[in-house]
Design a protein around this ligand. Structure first.
Ligand code: GTP
Ligand code: SPV
Ligand code: MN
Length: 601
């Protein structure tokens, strides 16, 4: 390869090897330019993968429909390939690295025939970081290239910054659908056989068979969570499934808050929330991933490694998330598996009244009252974070922001109160380690089943979860030994329901009332009652000014029900037992203390 835009010997050798194995018809180096975006999206429109939306309403925006079998992350097909199975732990699928590489090499052989292999240099986090986190994705999917351009800092500037020697994470992706000479392509090529594999020791990613989201945009879950969590363990930092926001009080006091909620449980919404209480503002820093490192001041500083938003579409509208709607109205977005209107716009469930006719995510005619939703429940918008009207200027600062509070939260119809304050760091780690949530459409499989999802990282921890809990506990030492400088931990649940099934709390912008209480607690104010599970606001401590809500509902959403909590205890015991010797003893002690407090309450 003489006319290559880099002299990086390892990168060039790897590309040669992959090309020899996968035999693409051609290789294209991505420069990240507008011309390249236009060329690739034009090609995707011509091939039928994308449909151009009405440029008047949705400039430079596109509608995509996937194969109906390729709509979400595939956790059953996701593997952590450490040499020792014990390093993957009980929560991950494991295969020996050599065995996985042999299996996938067979699948990769000739898999790009008839296609283009794109070289996508990308950087997770700002390029001007002291230690920029490079990756290169090789993919045969132009949809992935276009999406990576939105989601990451990508192209020539990255390659230039890498020079001839920088370390990078090699990330190989194929949809696994070679074309015979003259064979017509389909709009969404993929393969029934799927592997999303991670080699933590060599920091490599191999993905095969899927073109969707977290399976194929390898900078996101594969790199910034699974591989980065391993680097974070080794180097004393945290790579987490968290939003990052800047909360400013009417007096101008700024608080930075990170929040870990499982997939499709409210991070994007909280990150760009429009407060309903006067004088408070929320600004967005990140909506899905936070990398948190200690600063010289002993505090935890968080950066968002991403450059775009890959958000759940259904439920997003002017009333629930106006800032997402404004972000999307600026164009430059890809909408996947939503519905198309007859006049070239998009629609999904929750976006006001449905039009009289739509083309649904399967490409079928759809009319209101149809038996199935118009949009897949895991349909997504992919849009540049730079278009967010409430983006905090700090989002691009390589130093990040100092985190004052960490929220853990899940989707639980019962038991978990609206908000609980942890007693201290270890108790906070206990709350995160026992976090539970009803499953959502973000992953293939059943929806609505309660499962433990520690720190909202169950599908994303790149090593043994017991070691991960210990790493969290050890963070208390990292902060110059001063645990007081660590963020305060809170546990939230926007999804508690009444007996008749309705949500007890209005959620969305009204969650600003909970944020206000949290900010007051950080100041040493705000009324709280000690309960066996932690500190919960008194009914009068929440600012409910102007909120049309039943007093009884507020009491119900804050309630700590002893019987419900006693029913949790054996489930937590069973969960902790999975980790054997690797479960930190202090977490067993937290469970014992909780049991004793419940008994004495
Ligand atoms: P991932 O991108 O999958 O990691 O999800 P996320 O955590 O960013 O979730 P997101 O904010 O996209 O919300 C998922 C779904 O929950 C959407 O349908 C939202 O409308 C809904 N949702 C978010 N916040 C609230 C809330 O406060 N109350 C209720 N009832 N629903 C909410
Ligand atoms: C999630 O599932 O948590 C997501 C979407 O953020 S995906 O990128 O598909 O993993
Ligand atoms: Mn996510």
């Amino acid at each position: 390869m003489s006319d290559t835009p880099t002299a990086h010997p390892e990168l060039l050798a790897w590309i040669d090897d992959v090309a020899a194995l996968t035999t693409p018809d051609r290789i294209v180096w991505c420069d990240g330019s507008t011309e390249e975006w236009t060329r690739i999206t034009d090609e995707l429109v011509a091939s039928g993968t994308l449909v151009r939306l009405d440029p008047g309403r949705r400039p430079n925006s596109f509608w995509a429909r996937t194969d109906p079998t390729d709509v979400a992350r595939v956790e059953e097909r996701t593997f952590i390939c450490s040499t020792d199975p014990d390093d993957a732990g009980p929560t991950n699928n494991w295969m020996a690295p050599d065995e996985m590489k042999a299996t996938m090499t067979r699948l990769y052989r000739g898999c790009m025939r008839g296609r283009t292999m794109y070289v996508v240099p990308f950087c997770m986090g700002p390029l001007d970081a002291p230690n920029p986190m490079f990756g290169v994705e090789l993919t045969d999917s132009p949809y992935v290239v276009a999406s990576m351009r939105i989601m990451t800092r990508m192209g020539s500037a990255v390659l230039d910054a890498m020079g001839a020697g920088a370390t990078f994470v090699p990330a190989l992706h194929s949809v696994g659908a070679p074309l015979a000479p003259g064979e017509a392509d389909v709009a969404w090529p993929c393969n029934d056989t799927k592997y999303i594999s991670h080699f933590p020791q060599t920091r490599e990613i191999w993905s095969y068979g899927s073109g969707y989201g977290g399976n194929s945009l390898l900078g996101k879950k594969c790199y910034a969570l699974r591989i980065a969590s391993v680097a974070a363990r080794d180097e004393g930092w945290l790579a987490e499934h968290m939003l990052i926001m800047k909360l400013t009080s009417p007096e101008g006091q700024v608080r930075y808050i990170a929040g870990a909620f499982p997939s499709a449980c409210g991070k994007t919404n909280l990150a760009m929330l429009e407060p309903t209480i006067a004088g408070w503002t929320v600004e967005t820093i990140g909506d899905d991933i936070a990398w948190m490192r200690f600063g010289a001041d002993g505090r935890l500083w968080a950066t968002n490694p991403e450059f775009g938003l890959f958000g759940v579409a259904p439920g997003t509208d002017r009333r629930t998330n106006p800032n997402a709607m404004r972000t999307l109205s600026r164009g430059n977005s890809i909408f996947t598996n939503v519905a198309l209107t007859d006049d070239g716009d998009i629609w999904w469930e929750g976006m006001g009244e449905p039009p009289a006719h739509l083309t649904d995510w399967r490409g079928q005619d759809w009319t209101p009252g149809a038996a199935t939703p118009s949009s897949h429940p895991n349909s997504r918008f992919c849009t540049p974070i730079g278009q967010c009207p409430v983006l905090a200027p700090e989002y691009d600062d390589p130093r990040g922001v100092p985190i004052d509070a960490i929220l853990f939260g899940g989707r639980r119809a019962t038991t978990i109160p609206l908000v609980t304050e942890a007693r201290d760091w270890v108790h906070g780690v206990y709350l995160g380690a026992t976090l539970s949530s009803e499953t959502t459409a973000a992953a293939a499989g059943r929806v609505g089943v309660v499962r433990r999802d520690p720190m909202a990282m169950l599908p994303f921890i790149g090593y043994h979860a017991g070691d991960y809990f210990q790493h969290w506990i050890d963070m208390a030492k990292g902060a110059t030994g001063d645990a007081e400088k660590l963020p305060k931990v809170f546990y939230v649940n926007w999804f508690r329901r009444a007996d008749d099934g309705r949500f007890l709390w209005p959620g969305f912008g009204e969650n600003s009332r909970v944020l206000k209480w949290i900010a007051e607690r950080l100041d040493g104010r705000g009324d709280a009652v000690e309960t066996p599970i932690g500190r919960v606001p008194t009914a009068s401590a929440l600012d409910l000014t102007g909120l049309d809500v039943d007093k009884a509902d507020v009491e119900a959403v804050l309630r700590v029900d002893r019987a419900e909590w006693e029913a949790e205890l054996p489930k937590v015991t069973e969960w902790f037992a999975k980790f054997g010797d690797k479960l930190p003893a202090v977490l067993w002690a937290e469970l014992d203390a909780l049991r004793a407090r419940l008994r004495d309450s």
